[in-house]
Design a protein around this ligand. Sequence first.
Ligand code: CP
Length: 303
Amino acid sequence: IRHLLSGADLDADTATQILDTAAEMAAVSGREVKKLPALRGRTVVNLFYEDSTRTRISFEAAAKRLSADVINFSAKGSSVTKGESLKDTALTLQAMGADAVVVRHPASGAPHRLADWVDGSVVNAGDGTHEHPTQALLDAYTMRSRLGRLAGLSVAVVGDVLHSRVARSNVLLLATLGAKVTLVGPPTLIPVDIAPGTDVCYDLDAVLPSSDVVMMLRVQRERMNDSYFPSAREYARRYGLDGPRMRRLPEHAIVMHPGPMNRGMEITPEVADSSRSTIVEQVTNGVSVRMAVLYLLLGGNNR
Ligand code: CP
């Protein structure tokens, strides 16, 4: 593949190749000297029009561990504030020799437009409410490393599914890799255009005993008005994962969250900091998965 824009870009073989390559990269990340020469002389641009902690730093760490040069661009403090368009910004970065552009943008579809304008590879690092494919890959990697497989797993994706690019990419990728996804949340926060084969349930307590994975989603108050979300206390009571609910999960089940969390809203600190939680592990795995993505796009068989 040349770009990674959507979970739908990945067939099972390609996704598995990325996860297997990430496992090899994890061995490098565990070494004292965490560097490989694979992308020496290549330039990766992090083009971020929306705030990020994990994804931006993770891509930067991944590119540096592969010996690429990294340029970090944040819309704040750039000529974007003077009205410069995404296209002109992208062409400027290309003129400086970008081999890959990692883009986060509030507009759904922005990375797809970018891919038409630049010669290098484009990686979608989150576009509006649309997709976040490398998050889905690191989530799949985490499930596979904790539970030993993806095919046949029951994964409950819980909360503000409507506004979640993480959920959308996970639904696509997990279906490709043979896991069964159930979307759980209040009816106002479940989209109407559900992918075929995906279940929906409005009762969190009903799905817990049969779930191998519970993926809690951040409630994205910044993307909604009160008609979606009448009361934080009522939301936490019905859809928050707390200690008593966690204890209804099977013994082996894990709890995931892409971060950033609203502690006390969709997840309590007791659950977030428990041994079932993979939240910190997801961040660690994100670096290996993004190393694998950059390696396969820029240094692998494609060039
Ligand atoms: N999970 C995730 O995308 O986190 P950031 O917004 O901090 O990058």
